[in-house]
Design a protein around this ligand. Structure first.
Ligand SMILES: [Cu+2]
Length: 451
């Protein structure tokens, strides 16, 4: 049974070990989250049509990229993960009823080829492949960072239909472990957890017209989206796990999980056609990079010394942003673990000041907040209404009594913060609130396994 009392007891037992290890407090001793995707450097993709399900009970006709020569499409396309310096090759088979292509913004020297020349034509932006044809694109992934890929054939329409995806280039020396868990070639880009939020929207009328065969006459200038997506899902489906069987064409979840004091790298991507003010409740973020270029005065040398702090990121179409985010609870003014001299004299002195034995894994909390009691009297249960994310306790890792049927979505007694578009008309699914471009940051108690 998990409750605060048990948590405190187990932390007491672990304290001497944790103290001994505290000099390694950063990077985290525990494994972190990584973005799901497929690794290169050679990829086989196809384009296909299908339907997405939406939380308003509807579905929408879409086009998308799928893994392999003939698999179902997914939205967004598979996240392509490669290493800096790789020669990346993408073999694409087109199962759509129209010519299509892929462009790779930010990549230099992209070449394209067709084994059967008659299957391709030179388009405005890329070599285009006809229905049931094959085309190959290749380039050297020269610089690390977060990139977009999308259709280069009528991108106003084909990207809207779903032909978009992300590519991540790992920096040289990346291992995914400890100090080498980096977004760029500098220690200043190190993180504990890596997440993606790829933002898009859809106007159902365009999709219906394409489904009805009006590809050549649909007018994409008349645009009124009704669905807003993070990683191809509308809230509340954004909170569901990766590869949920109920969402077969939408494999990527969007919930962000971290532990106090740890660094989250959020790869935030404007993959649609509208800008989205994206809001990270809980704390400011540091804008580390934009369009796969770190904000540094002396590239490759100085590290990220030109970053800015923000609470809302203006996420523009076609741009990618790397945000570093840490939630430490700093400045709460009270001990978020509920430790006071009365509850935990081992950690707290008579004046509610922290002792040397205060647990090492909870020290991301400011020293001035440790052992301070909650400065308000909590209302009684009869004076509260409950949400499914309340654990029954204000303390991180704490669990209190709840009436029958309340709570239940907060398995580890964490803190939930909404992360969402601050264009609030985008928080609906076809006019039904709440929904749309919204997910949650979940701050999990120290020691909780992630993922
Ligand atoms: Cu907000």
């Amino acid at each position: 049974m998990k409750n605060q009392f048990n948590l405190i007891k187990s932390c007491k037992l672990a304290a001497p070990l944790a103290l001994a290890l505290s000099i390694f407090a950063s990077p985290s001793l525990q494994a972190g989250a990584t973005i799901p995707g497929i690794t290169g450097p050679t990829f086989t993709l196809n384009t296909n049509d299908d339907f997405l399900t939406t939380p308003d009970g509807g579905s929408v006709y879409v086009w998308g990229y799928g893994v392999g020569n003939n698999s179902a499409m997914q939205y967004p396309g598979p996240t392509l993960i490669v290493n800096q310096g790789d020669t990346v090759t993408i073999n694409l088979t087109n199962h759509l009823p129209q010519y299509t292509s892929i462009v790779f913004p930010g990549q230099e020297g992209v070449t394209s080829s067709c084994a059967i020349a008659a299957q391709c034509r030179n388009g405005l932006l890329a070599k285009e492949v006809r229905p049931n044809g094959k085309v190959t694109y290749s380039f050297v992934a020269g610089k690390p960072g977060t990139y977009l890929y999308h259709s280069g054939t009528r991108p106003d329409l084909q990207s809207e239909m779903g032909l978009v995806g992300a590519m991540i280039v790992r920096p040289t020396g990346y291992t995914g472990v400890g100090a080498n868990n980096r977004a760029y070639n500098h220690a200043g880009s190190r993180y504990d957890h890596e997440y993606m939020s790829l933002l898009t929207e859809m106007d159902v009328r365009i999709h219906d017209e394409v489904q009805n065969g009006a590809y050549n006459s649909v007018d994409t200038r008349d645009y009124k989206p009704v669905w807003w997506f993070i990683n191809g899902r509308n809230s509340v489906d954004t909170l569901s796990a990766d590869n949920d069987a109920l969402l077969p064409n939408q494999p990527y979840g969007a919930a962000v999980r971290t532990r106090p004091g740890e660094k989250v790298l959020l790869r935030l991507i404007g993959a649609g056609r509208d800008p989205h003010p994206y809001h990270t409740h809980g704390n400011n973020f540091t804008l580390l990079a934009k369009d796969a270029r770190m904000f540094e005065s002396n590239p490759g040398v100085s590290g990220p010394n030109r970053t800015t702090s923000g609470f809302t990121n203006e996420t523009f179409p076609g741009d990618t942003y790397d945000l570093l985010f840490t939630w430490s609870g700093a400045g709460l003014g009270w001990d978020m673990y509920g430790y006071t001299h009365a509850t935990q004299p081992t950690y707290c002195g008579a004046n509610n000041n922290a002792l040397a034995a205060y647990p090492a894994d909870k020290r991301s909390q400011l020293a001035t907040d440790r052992c301070k009691p909650l400065p308000v009297v909590l209302p009684g249960l009869q004076e509260l209404t409950f949400g499914p994310f309340y654990s029954g306790s204000p303390y991180l890792g704490g669990e209190g009594q709840l009436p029958p049927g309340e709570g239940g979505f907060n398995a580890n007694n964490g803190y939930f913060f909404m992360w969402h578009s601050h264009s609030e008309r985008e928080l609906v699914n076809f006019d039904i609130f709440p929904g749309g471009m919204m997910t949650f940051l979940i701050v999990e108690p120290p020691g909780t396994p992630i993922p």
